[in-house]
Design a protein around this ligand. Structure first.
Ligand SMILES: [Fe+2]
Length: 335
């Protein structure tokens, strides 16, 4: 909330939490607080402590793209997003995710934002867990919309203090283990309008591989609309829908997280993680929490979609191996 709108808000306290009700969204504020209180029910706390960590999926995704040069093939990227820590909430899910990612030993680890749900205090515990992450090419992060509501600069500084390189509309040139180089680009939250895609992407040499880390999946549409180019985008934000009801679908998708909800898409080239945590009432249904390892793959020599050919609508291939499912069919353009 901006300083101006904070001054206009009516502040009330419910269950020890102060909430701000503005003239623009009184019902939304009260509904959000009701969900928050629901999340404090002992049954939901027990679910978060004991059931949610067991439902965590390690998604290993092999992405074949025409723009992956042979030197980049085999690059493994670990990805955790949407932790949504809240003081007093169980930390077991994050503990398990970090253990799984450490066991996978990826070349590079990316953090997709929304480290907290609504407040930045009591962040020591998740920070100590995140400090265990190490990768040869480093650990990088971007901020999400919830981080800005809680205090973006403060959280960025705390993450930097444990060795996470925060990418705030900037790019880093990294050398892959196979010898080639690529650019890792990170943009700030687009929901909070802190993104600067042009500033981050335009200085990169035209033919170099660009891996974009952006909290909101629909940043991919902004990239296309503005005539920019990204080879692969990694995002979170949607929580895979978080609650996905039979026949109805996902009724609580956030702004800029309604088109590329989960999984891999080719046009635009994006992988959206279901993320780890959840927003109040901290429950998921048909959308289990996820930690991801993505392996880049070059398309086979002579493949019609090899680099140099025009990029068709279904250019990539997916090979999921983590949970006993494996195939190499073209991945869907949209779900
Ligand atoms: Fe989120």
């Amino acid at each position: 909330m901006s300083d101006e709108s904070a001054r206009e808000a009516l502040h009330i306290t419910i269950g020890g939490r102060q909430i701000a009700i503005t003239a623009r969204n009184p019902l939304k504020a009260l509904f959000g607080e009701a969900l928050h209180l629901l999340g404090r029910l002992p049954l939901i706390t027990l679910h978060s402590r004991y059931i949610a960590p067991r439902s965590l999926h390690l998604e290993t995704v092999r992405v074949g793209l025409p723009t992956v040069m042979p030197e980049l093939a085999g690059l493994r990227v670990g990805f955790i997003t949407d932790i949504h820590h809240e003081p007093g909430r169980p930390i077991a899910l994050l503990e398990r995710a970090i253990r799984l990612l450490r066991e996978e030993s990826p070349d590079l680890i990316l953090l997709g934002g929304d480290y907290v749900n609504s407040v930045a205090r009591d962040f020591d515990c998740p920070l100590a867990l995140l400090a265990r992450l190490r990768a040869p090419l480093g650990v990088y992060g971007v901020l999400g919309n919830h981080d800005y509501w809680a205090g973006g600069d403060y959280l960025a500084a705390r993450l930097a203090s444990i060795g996470v390189t925060m990418l705030r509309n900037e790019a880093r040139r990294l050398r892959a283990p196979g010898g080639g180089h690529f650019w890792l680009v990170g943009v700030d939250s687009a929901v909070r309008r802190h993104d600067d895609l042009e500033g981050a992407l335009v200085p990169i040499p035209a033919d170099d591989f660009r891996l974009l880390l952006a909290h909101e999946p629909e940043v991919a549409d902004m990239v296309m609309r503005r005539g920019l180019r990204v080879d692969l985008q990694l995002s979170g934000h949607s929580h895979g829908g978080q609650v996905v009801l039979p026949r109805i679908g996902a009724p609580m998708l956030p702004r800029l997280g309604r088109r590329y909800i989960r999984g891999l898409y080719t046009t635009p080239p994006i992988y959206t993680s279901r993320g780890l945590g959840a927003v109040p009432p901290y429950l998921r249904f048909n959308s289990p929490p996820e930690v991801t390892v993505i392996t880049l793959a070059a398309l086979p020599k002579g493949h019609p979609e090899e680099r140099g050919a025009a990029l068709p609508a279904n250019a990539g291939h997916i090979d999921r191996g983590a949970n006993g499912v494996s195939d190499d069919r073209p991945f869907p353009t949209q779900r």
